[in-house]
Design a protein around this ligand. Sequence first.
Ligand code: ASP
Length: 363
Amino acid sequence: MKIFKFFSIFLFLIAFSCVSSTKNSNFDKENQPKFAIAIHGGAGTILKSQMSDSLESAYKEVLSKAVREGHEILSKGGSALDAVVASINILEDSPLFNAGKGAVFTQDQTNELDASIMDGASLNAGAVAGVKHIKNPINLARSVMEKSPHVFMYGTGAEAFAKEQGFSMVDQDYFFTQSRFEHLMRVQDAENNASASSQDPAHLMNEKLAFYDPILKASKFGTVGCVALDKEGNLAAGTSTGGMTNKRFGRIGDAPIIGAGTYANNKSCAVSATGWGEYFIRGVVAHDISAMIEYGGFNLEKSTSAVIDKKIPELGGDGGVIAMDKYGNISMRFNTPGMYRAQIDTSGAMTVGIYKSDTLLTK
Ligand code: ASP
């Protein structure tokens, strides 16, 4: 009898310790600080029929490398800002994307780069436009945010600030890629032929052609961007681009404009946009999405959908966004055939997508 009593107490203790240890591990898991990251490499007429297998895997490889780099920083307790810059640097350094090396050409055969970054904790932001000798414009945007009293610098002034900050300058040759140069030649040939036979003034015809011809349109995109949530609960967003092929007159798109191409606010979300910049500026895309969450109480998907599926196409534009809310939910929404993209969500699962049919990342 005594043995039986002792045995049942022993069993009870074992069962209790099992239950409490399960409870503890759940408890710990639920209380782990959440972190996540998402990147894009541009939205546009990206079609499987126009992509070789080797090019597709090259894109996927760089996207995976970039998203992993940022995630690694977050997993070690690094800041969302550091993760955003590190991921974007990898995309800027790859000739595949229209940012840093591989930027598109202006009408004058130069490369003029734009970038911006925003810290969701402080609502501080930094941006540069039209810089020609900065290898990683996102780093300069961050310096504008952290090392100057200003938010937005352009052209030679921005480069003078960069020199003061110890940035080394690169020659324009650094940005050259044969494929981007051929795109410029194709766009310029098509525009010259079209304007010769058109009633429209040349500049109007140029703009129409450049935007409506699907092949020419495909040659324009490739902007890169990143949004991240760190273990401290801080959001950050950044965007970097060469803009649009054949741009002129110092044209600046949405990428360096806070509230249009980039926005981050810990109260709502972080957003980085890509697409037809003129429409994204007019649609104040990134801030619109944030405002729907902050003031309207909408969720992330509803907010990105209202802007990307409705507002922008109704204005006549196209493109997409990556967005992340303060819980680490991710939305990848675009109204073009494709958007280069990758994410590592709060569970640690990584996904990479290119075409619309890669449904994993779109709802
Ligand atoms: N939004 C960029 C711009 O208009 C282009 C892009 O995203 O590809 O400059």
